[in-house]
Design a binder for this molecule. Sequence first.
Ligand SMILES: [Zn+2]
Length: 156
Amino acid sequence: MVFTEKIIDPRELKHVEGKIELYWVYTSGEAGDYFFKKLRDEGKFTAAKCKKCGHVFFPPRIYCEFDFSETEYVEVSGEGCVAAFAVAYYDKNGEKLEKPEIYALIEMDGTNGRIIHLLGEVNPEDVCVGMKVKPVLKPKEEREGKITDILYFKPA
Ligand SMILES: [Zn+2]
């Protein structure tokens, strides 16, 4: 089946029987690839600084979205500050969690960027906006170059 027809009138839409084959390749891009390899291989966090305006992107970008200038990779600590958080007591299926999960928006030190990730080694009642946190990574041999290589952030 080939989709070459152009639908102008929505009443012309038809029901398609059977399966539609779809293929895609997801890529995190050049800067994302660099970020995840550094995280996997060296356990280090990378941001990108605009050579013109100095804006520091996290996650890194290969060009500045404000002035379209090139950026350069800069290593950052991976530590940050909780900007907002939410506590989940139930999972996505409505099942009560054994232990609440804390999701935080973290402003990354030395950058203009943020990351959303889990907080660990802290009770929900002890979390506050402005709390300093640092990342806890998987052991090197278990890292895969994914965001889950960061297990969680804990109080610094
Ligand atoms: Zn710039």
